[in-house]
Design a protein around this ligand. Structure first.
Ligand code: SF4
Ligand code: SF4
Ligand code: SF4
Length: 311
């Protein structure tokens, strides 16, 4: 992957390669933007490569053709950006990695983080090397929850593939987290979300990290709007979250980034997965699968979908 990145920059085919670099500790990576071929060696690929880098793609493609390192799940965001006309397919070179799963940081709770030397994939999960030796954390504990239900053997869109397709054996349903919520009465569900949204500090990290939240100006930032106040009152929080869920419906690819970055631990994926399930049941498709298909909620056929307001 590093060699390919170097060649793309040397030939001038791309202006930048978006990838993962070493973070502030061996158990962390950070997004990096490589513009010189001699810097391609800074790219890394290991279980710490958690971020969905496609959030940077739209801006990068406005400066010229860009290459990007992606996991199969994140590649689905590229499909969405293409079918929503946010990027052109010809403006991106997709360097698609084979991915056994990414690190769930909670799995390191019992390890002295100052002592961690490296984090690598292992046939049974993830291997953590420290001065004291090697600890193998089993897959069900080591990997992020989305990886435990992953069905993607390889990237659904690619220009160059690195590594072999992965034989998947999901150990949990992708809708596991919403089963309990779906069994609740409507008033219980409402109370559940009211409790969650009361904790939101409206830092908007969930919005910033989302490749599907690409509006130049979010409705919440418009100075004249009165739906979402500057203060973090529960009504405004409620309005923000449900509006965002509606705006990302049909384009959320379940990368889990919004929930991962939330400083308050709000289970946003329960909302996202519920919306994905509803969209799948109503329209028979899942975001991030077909770049040729028109946007799910951006298409209206008067013959098939009569306007209910005209009846
Ligand atoms: S969901 Fe699948 S592709 Fe995405 S990080 Fe996990 S294992 Fe890799
Ligand atoms: S990241 Fe969490 S706390 Fe911040 S706005 Fe989103 S839900 Fe609220
Ligand atoms: S809403 Fe969350 S899970 Fe869905 S695409 Fe955005 S960041 Fe990813």
């Amino acid at each position: 992957m590093r060699q390919k990145a170097k060649e793309l920059l040397e030939s001038g085919e791309v202006k930048v390669v978006i990838g993962y670099g070493q973070g502030s500790a061996p158990f962390k990576s950070t997004p990096i933007f490589i513009e010189k071929p001699e810097d391609a060696h800074k790219l890394i690929w290991n279980p710490t490569c958690v971020n969905n880098l496609t959030v940077y793609l739209r801006d990068a493609c406005r400066q010229g053709k860009a290459a990007i390192v992606v996991k199969p799940c994140d590649a689905r965001s590229i499909i969405e950006l293409i079918r929503e006309n946010q990027i052109e397919r010809d403006d991106v070179v997709i360097l698609a990695m084979s991915c056994p799963g990414v690190l769930n940081l909670d799995a390191l709770a019992e390890i002295d983080l100052a002592d961690v030397k490296s984090v690598e994939w292992h046939q049974n999960g993830i291997a953590i090397k420290t001065n004291a030796g090697e600890t193998i954390i089993p897959s069900e504990k080591a990997f992020a929850s989305k990886c435990l239900s992953c069905e993607l053997a390889e990237s659904p869109i690619a220009d160059e593939k690195f590594g072999e397709p992965i034989e998947r054996h999901p150990i949990r349903s992708k809708y596991a987290d919403i089963e309990e919520l779906e069994k609740m009465l409507p008033e219980e569900r409402r109370a559940y979300w009211a409790r969650q949204f009361a904790r939101c500090i409206r830092c908007y990290a969930c919005r910033s990290v989302c490749p599907g939240c690409y509006c130049k100006e979010c409705f919440t930032d418009k100075p004249c709007q009165l739906w979402v106040l500057r203060s973090t009152d529960v009504e405004s929080n409620w309005f923000f979250h449900f509006s965002r869920a509606m705006h990302t419906a049909g384009r959320c690819i379940a990368c889990g980034e919004c929930e991962r970055v939330c400083p308050m631990g709000i289970p946003l994926m329960r909302l996202n997965q519920k919306m994905r399930k509803e969209v799948r049941e109503m329209f028979g498709e899942e975001a991030g699968t077909n770049p040729e298909a028109p946007p799910t909620l951006g298409t209206f056929d008067l013959k098939k979908d009569p306007d209910p307001c005209s009846e």
